[in-house]
Design a binder for this molecule. Structure first.
Ligand code: DGL
Length: 282
């Protein structure tokens, strides 16, 4: 079984990890659109076009399902894409429903990109959920995904500084939970906890996406509440649209930090040439 995972960059690796817990034997094709990242401050029309290009790449590589491991791309593109999709498309959206259910009192701080915060998809979701508009406080974190994506020597210090400056002031006394509405933010879970106070719960939508992927593929998800363990080896083909070598190495390091080593895969059939020719699919 082949599964396509798509993001602008390394945020989607956190979603890939969640999928690996439930479907450890699948062959994953990861597509990171580093040539156009970050997506959050671009126009929804541009993000839609790049998501469609990624989808076409996945189809040419013969996937059985595509996961949009990017809240921004889901917000901008999932609806038009699904209208003419040949395989199931699973989008990620902020885990607000879970936050509202698990924390029946108080405010919910939602951190996401500008496109996600201003998009109609979020507005509709908040309208649909009981007390959604009243309890959820969306905060656009422009530039934060960019800091995380660099993974350079001082990126964590810069992310901490960003959180202190921009996010900390938005934490009012009644807020007990933070929803991560961008997959990149999953890599700073601990910093968010630290900056906003250890008593705050932090939730993301990755496990929900992995379970939905299972359902769409006719596989029963493992367990109900607890996440199954990660496999030690995984079949993953990494493809980034710019700096493929550097980005793929980074992705492998992030996976290794979670105890997952990437088994070498043969080159993908029909994989389209990218900005770093010859490196696609490895
Ligand atoms: N990781 C993405 C998301 O979940 C996009 C971040 C970006 O490129 O701005 O929204």
């Amino acid at each position: 079984m082949r599964i396509g995972i798509f993001d602008s960059g390394i945020g989607g690796i956190s979603t890939l990890l969640a999928c690996l817990r439930h479907l450890p034997d699948a062959h994953y094709l990861f597509y990171g659109d580093s040539a156009h990242a970050p997506y959050g401050d671009k126009s929804p029309a541009q993000v839609r076009q790049w998501t469609e290009e990624a989808y076409a790449w996945f189809i040419s590589a013969g996937v059985d399902a595509v996961v949009l491991a990017c809240n921004t791309a889901t917000s901008a593109a999932v609806a038009p894409l699904r209208e003419r999709a040949d395989v199931p498309i699973i989008g990620i959206e902020p885990a607000i429903r879970k936050a509202l259910t698990d924390h029946p009192q108080g405010g919910i701080l939602l951190l996401a990109t500008s496109i996600t915060v201003s998009g109609g998809k979020l507005r509709d979701l908040l309208d649909r959920l009981e007390n959604g508009q009243e309890r959820v406080r969306p905060l656009a974190c422009s530039g934060l995904a960019e800091i995380i994506e660099t993974q350079d020597t001082d990126w964590r210090a810069r992310a901490r500084h960003y959180l202190q400056l921009r996010v900390q002031p938005a934490r009012t006394a009644d807020i007990g939970v933070v929803v991560l509405g961008c997959t990149h933010y999953c890599w700073i879970n601990d910093l968010i906890n630290d900056t906003l106070g250890g008593d705050i719960a932090v939730v993301d939508g990755n496990d929900g996406v992995a379970r939905q992927l299972c359902r769409r593929l006719g596989v029963v998800p493992i367990g109900t509440d607890t996440a199954p363990p990660l496999p030690r080896h995984a079949r993953i083909s990494l493809h980034f649209t710019a700096d493929n070598g550097v980005k793929s190495r980074l992705a492998r390091q992030l996976l290794a930090a979670s105890g997952v080593s990437v088994d070498t895969q043969p080159d993908l059939p029909h994989a389209r040439a990218c900005s770093d020719p010859g490196s696609a699919g490895r």
